[in-house]
Design a protein around this ligand. Structure first.
Ligand code: TYD
Length: 198
């Protein structure tokens, strides 16, 4: 099974991806825990181009191409081999992040993103969990973390609000695949909701 976790910056995806992987391993599954952008050596090199530097370093189109290139590498080198040998893949972000983030950066980019996806990726996770959290609460979590990977968080609270709306809309358009999970509260409480949703 191929599972993705999605949501705005600071919603707790990485913690929940780890807890989910541990819970599935405890049930005897082989689990590959991975992330985007990244998840394979080439994709991690592309990640550094994306997450560091000034917010206007790339045009929205170039950025969508880079995310898609990283995803293709991640899919070829990590996701598909794991699924082929029967492992469960848990990924911290996948194609929905490009739809929502790059779609929110510039609304008319969605057709470009969808065409790229059809051409280069053409697959969806079996299940996607959107961790839904108020941007102010998410900001408080992300601020406590620090680090150089702040290019996307620098877009601000209004941008995060647009992202939240984007993820909720996306969940409505793909109800068979996507579930929304309330990400407020402590990690154990959210983990219980994740397991119930799955
Ligand atoms: P991520 O590693 O999830 O950041 P964090 O661990 O801080 O939550 O992703 C880095 C940034 O890249 C994040 O702000 C979301 C953004 N992003 C996109 O804009 N498009 C994409 O397709 C992906 C995968 C991520």
């Amino acid at each position: 099974m191929f599972i993705s976790l999605e949501g705005i910056d600071g919603c707790g995806k990485s913690t929940q991806a780890r807890l989910l992987a541990e819970a599935l391993r405890a049930r005897g599954r082989e689990v590959v825990l991975t992330r985007e952008p990244g998840g394979a050596p080439g994709a991690e090199a592309i990640r550094r181009l994306l997450v560091e530097g000034a917010p206007d370093r790339w045009s929205p189109e170039t950025e969508a191409l880079l995310f898609t290139a990283a995803r293709r590498d991640h899919l070829e080198r990590t996701v598909e081999p794991a699924l082929a040998r029967g492992a469960t893949v848990v990924t911290d972000r996948f194609a929905d992040s490009t739809r929502v983030y790059q779609g929110a950066t510039r609304g008319d980019l969605r057709a470009f993103v969808d065409a790229l996806h059809d051409l280069a990726i053409a697959r969806e996770p079996d299940r996607t969990l959107v961790l839904d959290l108020d941007p102010a609460a998410a900001h408080a979590r992300a601020a406590g973390r620090g680090g150089a990977e702040d290019r996307f968080e620098e877009f601000g609270l209004a941008f995060q609000q647009a992202l939240r709306t984007g993820f909720l809309r996306l969940a409505e358009t793909a109800p068979a695949r996507v579930r929304v999970v309330d990400a407020a509260g402590d990690a154990d409480a959210v983990h219980a909701r994740v397991m119930a949703a799955l």
